[in-house]
Design a protein around this ligand. Sequence first.
Ligand code: C5P
Length: 208
Amino acid sequence: MIIAIDGPAASGKGTLSRRLADHFGLRHLDTGLTYRAVAAALLVKGLPLGDEPIAIEIAHNLDLSQMDKTVLSSHEIGEAASRIAILGGLRQELVELQRRFAETPPGAVLDGRDIGTVVCPDAAVKLFVTASPEARARRRTDEMISKGVDANFVSVLDDLKRRDERDSQRTVAPMKQADDAVLLDTTEMDIETAFQAAVEVVSRAKDI
Ligand code: C5P
């Protein structure tokens, strides 16, 4: 059983994916972390983000169990991840790694931008989780403030819009709702309501 969850930054797809994995007894992979881990390694080494052969080598040696979400969640690493995500060869390397994870029993929930379209086109369930840019920026700002990080709604909103644009306009595997994905717009939902809606979609698909 593979569940593919795609959507833009701060749509709630990460929390939903983790909770769905727990609920259905599946493993979970936040594929954004794989792009972030490669970007972080390039930044630490002071290497240019466009150096694809080195990025591929880092990806080839990536250990999924060593990716630390807390370390990788910074704004700087997110921006760098989105810049290297345009590299086709790097994506191919990461997609192979992500597919191996997905295909290991008992199955998995993967979240990202291209899971339903490229990584797992045959997934049993596909969700595209989104929310208005303003709702996402509000959530991201509140989350940062709650962690004691200085955050400004307008600049968070600008950043999100820029990242959406880059992720949806790139030529290789752009962020896009798969034709057979169910759209879940969480603009007016709290996380509990969104979770119940997602469980219903998965349960329906399991019965088919
Ligand atoms: O989801 P997260 O914000 O951690 O992702 C960081 C960046 O990695 C995204 O902005 C996107 O450019 C890239 N990404 C991707 N494909 C995925 C997951 C993430 O291109 N499946």
